[in-house]
Design a binder for this molecule. Structure first.
Ligand SMILES: Cc1cc2nc3c(=O)[nH]c(=O)nc-3n(C[C@H](O)[C@H](O)[C@H](O)COP(=O)(O)O)c2cc1C
Length: 193
């Protein structure tokens, strides 16, 4: 349906034994319950983007060409990311650096997890990087401090009353508002800056 918004959920951690997919499953389940929203999960462990960028005139590697249309089709992004040494994982930065127009004039929400800070530093850093890419990070996001206390070892999700469920709802409200507003704006007047 033309009115449907497309959300791409990006799993940023590629580590063996990673927890990222559990967080992404939980967030995605919330998003899929929203009418008018289709959700695609883009797992950077599967995308296998090369770590070495090519020169500007060089042909793009196959993995980059494969991911490009999936990013381009998205009206909004949610980045599910852990905190590694007070920042986000290198494969996420690689992904951000490979693409340009795919991010432009689109909204981004950050869903972070980690120890005591829950990845709050990551969210702050990603605001800076996405601004350079002409993407718009929404005000609210989801931080999951000491995530192992929220999720059971078997990957069971947080109890419905947990505060993080409210944070997901608020984040999705803002993300979908911006996604619709920016899609209408891009259609009315291409973003060329
Ligand atoms: C290399 C590395 C660095 C980490 N640094 C931090 C950190 O700075 N802050 C934090 O809260 N957690 C840190 N952690 C803990 C991670 O948040 C935790 O291991 C989480 O499960 C990683 O996500 P993943 O399992 O999806 O890879 C670090 C973990 C790794 C592997």
């Amino acid at each position: 349906m033309a009115d449907t918004l497309r959300l791409a959920v990006i799993i940023a951690s590629t580590r063996a034994g990673r927890f990222g997919p559990t967080v992404a499953d939980w967030f995605t389940a919330h998003a899929r319950r929203r009418p008018g929203l289709t959700v695609e999960v883009l797992d950077l462990a599967e995308a296998r983007l090369p770590a070495e960028l090519t020169d500007l005139d060089d042909p793009l590697p196959r993995a980059v060409r494969d991911l490009a249309p999936r990013l381009a089709a998205a009206d909004a992004f949610a980045v599910v990311t852990p905190e590694y040494n007070q920042s986000f994982p290198a494969p996420l930065k690689t992904c951000l650096d490979w693409f340009y127009e795919e991010w432009r004039a689109k909204p981004v929400a950050v869903v972070s997890y980690g120890r005591e800070s829950g990845g709050a530093l990551v969210a702050a850093q990603l605001r800076q990087v996405f601004a350079e890419l002409h993407a718009v990070t929404v005000r609210d996001g989801v931080t999951l401090p000491r995530y192992w206390e929220l999720f059971a070892a078997d990957g069971s999700w947080p109890k419905p009353a947990a505060a993080c469920n409210t944070a997901v709802a608020t984040t999705l409200d803002q993300l979908t508002w911006w996604a619709r507003a920016l899609r209408e704006a891009r259609t009315a007047r291409p973003y060329t800056y």
